[in-house]
Design a binder for this molecule. Sequence first.
Ligand code: NAP
Ligand code: GLV
Length: 308
Amino acid sequence: MALLFYSTSDSASRWKAALATAIPELDVRVWPEIGDAREIRYALVWRPPEGLLASLPNLELVLSLGAGVDHIFADPKLPAVPVARLVDPHMVEAMSEYILLQVMRLHRQDVLYMAQQRRGEWTEHLQPNAGERRVSFLGLGMFGSDAARKLAALGFDVAGWSRTEKHLPGIACFHGADGLDALLARTDVLVCLLPLTPETEGILSAALFARMPRGAAIVNAGRGAHLVEEDLIPALDSGQLSAAVLDVFRTEPLPLTHPFWRHERIVVTPHVAAATNPATASLVVADNIRRARAGEPIRDVVDPARGY
Ligand code: NAP
Ligand code: GLV
């Protein structure tokens, strides 16, 4: 029973150690040392190269090293086997910490005060109460719903948008194309926690920014391709947006020459909002492999037609 591990990060040794504890009988093969490809039944991957999964003739299950699966569906040669995303409650806690931190920074005008400190400038700005700050989520799934609930508990005026209709206590819920305008019109801080699909790519565009009140801010912790990058700096420079916090980018690592690094009202973090932790995630992966072996239903299989 062999599993192929492929990641663009340097996490292979931590994963090997964690899987050795969580499921000792598993034969973990780290790409490119894959041995006999016919022995591989499972693949645990982050952004696998095109055709790698198709080259495994007895592959039964693809496991994502992340909550998102766009990096797997990007492979046009992806074989027709189930794809499971990673659902680890510790990642949900981590994402909410990140979103709360960044929304708080925007709410308390920290990006502005940090820039003032660099200039040695002492200027006080009016501070709204949390209840006067309207925070909206694009995506009310595993991550969006948890962060939305926690911000509402802190007193913020919270809303969210999803594809299908939702009813979440204390959150104003909007859905579908018709619901988006109403959500944007009541937004001071827009948090993107959507999956990347053909419907959501490029959603953070000049046209969307124009539908929000002047001076709104954005936080993108979904995927880099949600943002039309060339629309961001003009929106900040014109005052339509006041600030942007970005954790994800079309090219990662963000190239050193990219203007986002140096813009005073852009905060850049290196795709760390909810990093996968092998210590806890390996237990989730082990559970799914045991299920597959026992012929039991696999958890968190994604619908390829929806793309998330
Ligand atoms: P999820 O549970 O699948 O939730 C996705 C949400 O987006 C759902 O509410 C869904 O609506 C909504 N949605 C999808 N397509 C839509 C559309 N066309 N219009 C309106 N709403 C739409 O996903 P999740 O686990 O919260 O993860 C979200 C994303 O976070 C991941 O896909 C990944 O890209 C990103 N992520 C980032 C990091 C990081 O460190 N920055 C870490 C992990 C994940 P329904 O509820 O109606 O289905
Ligand atoms: C990270 O971005 C993930 O999808 O888990």
